[in-house]
Design a protein around this ligand. Structure first.
Ligand SMILES: NC(=O)c1ccc[n+]([C@@H]2O[C@H](COP(=O)([O-])OP(=O)(O)OC[C@H]3O[C@@H](n4cnc5c(N)ncnc54)[C@H](O)[C@@H]3O)[C@@H](O)[C@H]2O)c1
Length: 332
């Protein structure tokens, strides 16, 4: 089997490539990534000489490049996206271009090439947000995206579904909770807080830290994708959840892990349109045989250790970066 993994130099894509090469020793993986600020070839340094791994620097919105890359491919696993909510508040258009147009180009190429499977990676954010006592979202929930990021992902999901209904393209979709783990860009909450604290800098917590997210260790997400590729029903969507935590709780756990106290928290304004709570019901994928193997607390500790051990990877990424959340709070 030969997989085309788009966005494989990003956080989840690079973890997925590691996972797939390790667990599918007969398969080849082609990583198709244009290397935006969020794409890091270094995340795949340990597999770059593996003869079963290939890298193509290409843009998913570039039809010619996509059509060339999809030759001799059996399955597409589509991660490539603009993924940071704060950035989508500042500049929505690149999100529409990459996440919607890019998905459309890939779908067309997959159709023309008669691909065996097109698996699309999506997010719980397409459903909107919940109150504290609302039931979790599931596969039947309506789409009510509230940020340009979520709206662009929702649009991409709709396109994927339409290619199944209209052309019978063999698609599957997973809508996943927030991921954490190694190779996550230090602009996202958990690695940003860890790396700030390692540098003895305060951590910017929005509001009072009351917002709630379900968190999933990234390898559990990779296993969920692999299971859907193997056993998922064509045309179906699967929600993949994690452990619900307030942002304050996550922050306290990281502080404790690094021997710091609450004085290192800087309370800052909410981002515009800040979603209060996400929660997902994973019963459908559990019925296929998936459940998370990694506990939040234990693997948060291991993630903190990973960032301690891998300064070579994250330190250059933090240098000279604009602090986008401050802009996203005050844009309008
Ligand atoms: N991170 C999460 O917690 C989370 C949760 C649920 C779903 N998702 C989804 O999973 C996918 C991967 O998320 P991530 O956190 O790994 O993202 P990321 O931002 O870390 O990585 C995105 C990757 O896509 C590449 N890319 C961007 N635009 C491209 C283009 N036009 N052509 C080719 N490559 C391009 C980037 O270079 C980068 O390597 C996204 O689709 C995201 O919506 C993420």
């Amino acid at each position: 089997m030969r997989l085309l993994v788009t966005g494989g130099a990003g956080f989840i894509g690079s973890n997925f490539i590691h996972y797939w090469l390790k667990n599918h020793p007969a398969d080849e993986v082609v990583n198709f990534d244009c290397l935006t600020y969020a794409g890091h070839k270094e995340s795949l340094r340990d597999v770059e000489n593996n003869p079963r791994y290939h890298f193509i620097q290409g843009d998913v919105t570039d039809e010619k490049a996509v059509y060339a890359a999809i030759q001799a491919i059996d399955m597409v696993v589509h991660f490539a996206a603009e993924s940071h909510v704060d950035r989508s508040i500042i500049d929505p258009e690149i999100f529409v271009k990459t996440n919607v147009l890019g998905t459309s180009v890939l779908l067309n190429a997959a159709l023309k090439h008669k691909i065996q499977r097109f698996h699309h990676i999506s997010t719980d954010e397409v459903f909107g947000h919940l109150g504290p006592n609302d039931a979790p979202f599931n596969e039947e929930s309506n789409y009510r995206p509230r940020t340009p990021y979520a709206a662009s992902k929702a649009s991409a999901d709709m396109l994927v579904r339409s290619f199944f209904e209209t052309y019978n393209l063999p698609v599957t979709i997973t809508n996943c909770a927030n991921n954490f783990g190694p190779w996550c860009d230090p602009e996202k909450l958990i690695p940003r807080f860890i790396t700030n604290l390692l540098d003895n800098q305060k951590v910017p917590l929005m509001g009072k830290g009351e917002n709630i997210r379900p968190w999933l260790y990234v390898e559990d997400h990779c296993r969920a994708i692999a299971l859907v590729l193997e056993k998922g029903i064509i045309g179906e969507t699967y929600c993949v959840s994690g452990q619900e935590e307030t942002n304050l709780n996550v922050t306290k756990k990281i502080l404790a892990q690094l021997g710091k106290d609450k004085s290192m928290i800087e309370y800052v304004e909410h981002r515009l349109g800040h979603d209060f709570r996400y929660a997902l019901d994973s019963s459908k994928i559990q019925a296929l045989g998936w459940k998370p193997e990694y506990s939040f607390d234990e693997w948060l500790t291991k993630t903190v250790e990973w960032y301690k051990q891998n300064e070579w990877w994250w330190r250059p990424l933090k240098q000279g970066r604009p602090v986008v959340d401050r802009i996203a709070q005050k844009q309008y």
